[in-house]
Design a protein. Structure first.
Length: 388
């Protein structure tokens, strides 16, 4: 039988040759075994450095799935409760009437504080205490639980500080101690060590079309991800790469990300090591809301509704052009998280399958046709004999 990796690699090379992508990395686990681990393209167009299996990618919001798992480990150990008001362990967070916002609200983007602090800069985002102080002082834009709106960046500091207050360790350390080391995961970081800098892929994005409408300055999306961040080469900066930014700048390989989900796809255990109970995974992956998203709803190319569980997004019937869900497939039991530019990672417990797709180029917003993640995920399922 032909090596399934060869077929997937050929597809990646076609995507590169077509000009649709620059650098790609894909990994998949089935029944706890690494069955797909391929890459193609260029990690740094300026130097011609190629993508290798150990190339690290800025995984954008795929990082949120990792952050969610950290929270679920604490809940599994009864260190926190999802309905605990965050201010109970972080008193400063109660400012401006936020005393009733719970961990559940934060996980489901219903906390009402998607907006970043007005004076935020990339440098400030590298200062954990400064960001937590500023976010704790934000006024909510809606009453917790009444609406949902993607907390694109604040998600990470809110939940990361919950980890620190409940456990005592920074989330970057908690991740290494409680997920990476037990599962034998290398190359998954919230803040890279200096020695891996030369393995990180540089990211780039297509410019907006000339006829693209100018977004209104009060657009909530641009308060959640301010232009000072979007225009800063955020993921290519040495300082932000070394910072802990748990909503949007985990740096990792596809194999590392897929291995994390491989444990979850098998009820929380991999190679004899358990990080979560099956019961906790069941709770964490129940649908919480699929209401209209106030932040991403007005943006072309984003899906509605977003099926949100506790920190993870869920699969379900979608169209191939729905780049943020389609790759996960039709089953609502599949869960994971997408990342900007068309990245995604997920677990499919029904088939004990996990998948991660990382890349370093964002196509034009609203680009037509099936996105690369969907195309590659379908190819992987086909070569492995799996259903969607």
């Amino acid at each position: 039988m032909e090596d399934p990796n060869k077929k997937v690699r050929n597809l990646l090379e076609q995507l590169i040759e077509s000009g649709k992508e620059i650098g790609l990395q894909v990994a998949a686990y089935l029944d706890g075994q690494l069955v797909i681990d391929v890459c193609a393209g260029v990690a740094d167009p300026a130097t011609g450095r190629t993508v290798e299996k150990d190339t690290l990618f800025a995984a954008a919001s795929c990082t949120k799935g990792i952050t969610a798992t950290c929270i679920h480990i604490l809940a599994d150990r009864k260190a926190i409760d999802y309905d605990l008001p965050i201010a109970n362990i972080w008193p400063e967070f109660a400012a401006h009437g936020k005393d009733q916002i719970t961990i559940r609200h934060a996980l489901t983007h219903q906390a009402g504080i998607p907006q970043m602090p007005d004076n935020v800069t990339p440098e400030m985002m590298c200062d954990w205490d400064a960001m937590c102080t500023a976010i704790a002082d934000l006024p909510p834009l809606w009453e917790a639980g009444k609406k949902t709106g993607y907390h694109a960046l604040t998600f990470g500091w809110i939940l990361g500080e919950v980890v620190r207050r409940a456990d005592g360790r920074p989330i970057s350390v908690f991740l290494q101690d409680e997920i990476c080391k037990p599962l034998g995961i290398k190359d998954l970081y919230l803040g890279i060590p200096d020695e891996v800098e030369d393995r990180v892929a540089n990211t780039s994005a297509a410019p907006p079309p000339p006829d693209a409408p100018v977004p209104p300055p009060d657009l909530l999306f641009l308060r959640a991800i301010p232009l000072v961040i979007l225009m800063s080469g955020f993921a290519n900066r040495p300082d932000t790469r070394r910072a802990s930014i748990p909503a949007g700048l985990g740096i990792m390989t596809a194999q590392a990300l897929a291995r994390h989900y491989a444990a979850l796809a098998q009820g929380g255990e991999l190679d004899g090591t358990r990080i979560l109970s099956p019961e906790s995974i069941g709770i964490a992956t129940q649908l919480q809301t699929e209401a209209y998203d106030e932040v991403v709803g007005p943006i072309p190319g984003y899906p509605q509704p977003v099926r949100k569980a506790l920190g993870y997004w869920l699969g379900g019937p979608r169209t191939p052009a729905d780049s943020y869900h389609a790759a996960m497939g039709d089953k609502s039991t599949t869960f994971g998280h997408p990342g900007a530019g068309g990245m995604i990672a997920f677990a499919d417990p029904e088939q004990r399958f996990s998948f991660a797709f990382l890349k370093n180029y964002s196509p034009p917003m609203g680009a037509s046709g099936p996105d690369s993640a969907y195309t590659v995920a379908q190819s992987v399922r086909t070569v492995l004999g799996l259903s969607e």
